[in-house]
Design a protein around this ligand. Structure first.
Ligand SMILES: Cc1ncc(C[n+]2csc(CCOP(=O)(O)OP(=O)(O)O)c2C)c(N)n1
Length: 319
């Protein structure tokens, strides 16, 4: 069963910002909200690494930095490897008595979906398999945004991106998105969760659980990109909320193999409501593409039903 951890508004407005204001992420970008919520939720000192991507390039424009905490720059694919190296060094220093045994640090790697679903996947998998105590956070804006909105394996089917342009040849990206959260959970690690910043209580509770886990933890967090998704910058939270109300982006967690769905909408909304708010799906509302909206709805429904079955099955098994 999901453990009860209380998060209140005061936790989100702490004065000691670990990611300082004045960074250069776009207005309405989901990434800084997600990062701030996670870093506010974690009580211990932190050491961070960030894969190349929007978060990195916008917070470390030489000679400035937005990071008020130790932060390691590295390449696109190896945020997980770098931070787990730091975690291994921390453990070694404790063993040799150079750091007190009771000292606590939370090690966190942040990467975009390009860095997580595609280019860093094998490195993340290795870090999880080695059993390091760290948190991997995917800031999921569903494309390679920093380099100009190219499709990634997190991009949803039907989305218009610069490498899957909707037109007379294809109606946006032809493939379904990769099930990254399930792939992470298949590593049988202590904690994996999917979250969204509009529900800060849920996200921060998950960050606390990830920090307390006895081994690796992964958070896959929706982080809309107004530029790439083509919505106005004041719609970010409304869009993430709708993603959960349509069950396009279910909030759930997997603790030692036991699935808990954290939000079950009373009135599940049609996925078209979510698609319609975003310019990247505008072409889907032409009559000729109605079949694709139907296909997307069927896929969302079947994935949601499978998740509910997994919850029933794993909760029952461990009851
Ligand atoms: C091995 C490698 N390939 C490509 C690049 C170029 N590159 C830098 S950031 C980036 C896009 C990052 O996309 P994502 O991980 O989704 O993060 P976002 O910028 O969307 O937050 C790319 C392609 C690189 N730095 N290294």
């Amino acid at each position: 069963m999901a453990e009860r951890i209380r998060v209140n508004l005061r936790d989100v407005i702490k004065p000691d910002e670990r990611l300082a204001p004045g960074h250069r992420l776009c207005a309405g970008c989901g990434e800084p909200t997600v990062v701030r919520q996670i870093l506010h939720a974690i009580e211990t000192p932190v050491v961070l690494s960030t894969a190349t991507g929007c978060l990195e390039v916008s917070t470390s424009v030489y000679p400035f930095t937005s990071w008020n905490v130790p932060w390691i720059h590295n390449a696109f694919e190896n945020a997980s490897t770098t931070i787990t190296g730091a975690e291994a060094a921390f453990k070694a220093l404790k063993r040799t008595g150079k750091i007190p045994e009771d000292k606590e640090i939370t090690f966190i790697a942040f990467g975009g979906d390009g860095a997580s679903y595609d280019i860093g996947l094998q490195f993340i998998s290795g870090a999880l398999e080695r059993g390091h105590k760290f948190i991997y956070v995917c800031l999921n804006n569903e494309a390679y945004m920093n380099t100009g909105i190219q499709r990634s394996s997190a991009t949803p089917k039907g989305a218009d991106t610069t490498t899957t342009p909707a037109g007379s040849v294809i109606p946006g990206k032809p493939q379904w998105r990769k099930p990254f959260t399930r792939i992470m959970a298949a590593h049988d690690i202590p904690y994996v969760a999917q979250a969204s910043p509009h529900n800060f209580r849920d996200l921060m509770r998950k960050a606390k659980k990830a920090a307390a886990a006895d081994g690796p933890a992964v958070l896959n967090v929706m982080a809309p990109c107004p530029r790439g998704w083509r919505h106005s910058s004041d719609q970010t939270m409304a869009i993430t909320e709708l993603a959960t109300d349509t069950c396009y982006w279910p909030l759930y967690e997997v603790e030692d193999g036991v699935v808990t769905v954290n939000y079950k909408p009373r009135d599940k909304k049609p996925v078209a409501d979510w698609l319609r708010l975003q310019g990247r799906f505008r072409h889907l509302f032409r009559p000729a593409n109605a079949w694709l909206v139907e296909e997307i709805q069927e896929r969302v429904d079947s994935e949601w039903e499978r998740l509910l079955r997994e919850e029933e099955c794993t909760q029952g098994k461990h009851a």
